[in-house]
Design a protein around this ligand. Structure first.
Ligand code: F6R
Length: 247
């Protein structure tokens, strides 16, 4: 595992974008595993900037995203498809028909999950998987639990997540109660993993994930068993690891 310390959010975004760019340049038909959330927004902005300068070409790139809310269509502003379009895909020359997120509108959850696993397999697997991390150590929508869920599955969102999301919707009824997410096995099958983290709220989760016991109670701790993980985190997120003298 390699850990790059960034001085702040902007530095983290730039360093992460450098790693993603290297992948795109070295393998122009790479399969990128992508994430949403606030952490990678700056990295996507940087990639768009380099694309506009003519330094990056997405024309042969494919992508698969980690997760999607169940019941939301891609044009719903809260969907992860919408997030990807507005933060990256609409601004670069990627072929959108080769960008995938789980199908939030598929009512048959077994089918939605099996289809998504098949998409990942048919693409020949993921070359680099980008991950953010939750304050509780979650990756994708793989929340702390008793077991590591293997492949794409449907999850019930916790009451606190539903509450937190409700501010984006007109009524509680519209807030998604479930999501589709890649499982730990899908994530661990990626050839490389790039984990990004920013802010003191991630310090405990980052320390537990990188140096604590490997347990489904801290889903990201499984990454200790992957042989090609790069972490790019800012000083706030690394603060506990520094305090313990591990960096
Ligand atoms: C996003 C995802 C989530 C986020 C995590 C951190 O697709 O799967 O696991 O990466 O919740 O979110 P932020 O970056 O908003 O702190």
């Amino acid at each position: 595992m390699i850990i790059y310390a960034a001085k702040d959010y902007q530095d983290m975004s730039r360093k992460a974008a450098n790693i993603m760019s290297a992948q795109i340049i070295m393998k122009p038909d790479a399969v990128l595993g992508l994430a949403t959330g606030s952490t990678p927004v700056g990295m996507y902005r940087q990639l768009v900037e380099w694309y506009n300068k003519g330094d990056l070409d997405f024309s042969r790139i494919s992508s698969v995203n980690l997760d999607e809310y169940r019941g939301l269509s891609g044009d719903n502003e809260q969907s992860y498809r919408y997030f990807m379009n507005t933060n990256l895909f609409d601004h670069v020359n990627i072929d959108k028909s080769r960008t995938f997120v789980p199908n939030g509108l598929e009512e048959d959850s077994d089918k939605a999950c099996a289809d998504y696993n098949e998409i990942i397999r048919s693409m020949g697997g993921v070359d680099i998987q980008l991950l953010g991390i939750g304050g509780n150590g979650h990756i994708g929508f793989n929340e702390p639990g008793d077991v590591f869920e293997k492949e794409t599955h449907v999850v019930d969102l916790t009451e606190s997540t539903i509450q937190a999301n409700s501010r984006f919707f007109e009524s509680m009824d519209e807030v998604p109660k479930q999501a589709y997410t890649m499982g730990i096995k899908n994530i661990m099958a990626a050839r490389k993993i790039l984990l990004v983290a920013t802010g003191a709220a991630k310090a405990q989760a980052l320390y537990d994930s990188l140096y604590g016991p490997i347990t489904p109670n801290v889903p990201a701790s499984i990454l200790q068993l992957h042989n090609d993980v790069t972490v790019v985190a800012d000083e706030d997120a690394l603060s506990l690891i520094r305090e313990k003298g591990l960096l």
